[in-house]
Design a protein around this ligand. Sequence first.
Ligand SMILES: C[S@@+](CC[C@H](N)C(=O)[O-])C[C@H]1O[C@@H](n2cnc3c(N)ncnc32)[C@H](O)[C@@H]1O
Length: 163
Amino acid sequence: MEGGVGDYQEYAASAEYLHLLSGPAWPALRPRLSAALSGVTANAGPVLELGAGTGLGTDVLLDTLGNEVLAVEPSAALRGVLLARLVDGERAGRVTVFPGGATEVPLPDRIAAVVGMHMVGHLAPPERKRLWAAVRNGSRPARPWCSTCSPRPRPSRCRSSRG
Ligand SMILES: C[S@@+](CC[C@H](N)C(=O)[O-])C[C@H]1O[C@@H](n2cnc3c(N)ncnc32)[C@H](O)[C@@H]1O
């Protein structure tokens, strides 16, 4: 990610609506994410959540697991919502919010799981490669890796015209 943390503006126009717009996707995602994390043990280290947004996925991690969560979020506006939603006691105590991008966060020695919901498309292929390698690196075996990705666009016919 280029520039400093305060420079990230990609969600500047939509940040105020993102929580409301994203909510309807989560009743279906919630049980699937919980199920994917079912093998994670509480003593395996923190869960790394990339692009936590307003915390809809963070909620699932906190409700499903006893682990600490390292939530990475570059947008100040979305972080504001995330922090406000975490304000009450036990939940806040288990989450560290990193103000920056996925390739900037200092990785902990151990990672219990990596979660990146609706965010992988923000990473250019070389960034993904570097991040995947860093997360896999020797002493920090990451299990499991949960992310969403958009369906591949299907080819469709279009009419050609010559002007
Ligand atoms: C569509 S939102 C998804 C938010 C949340 N994960 C959810 O599913 O509700 C994409 C998120 O990825 C974050 N993001 C964008 N680029 C990123 C990067 N390089 N590293 C980490 N997060 C990034 C955005 O700020 C935003 O919060």
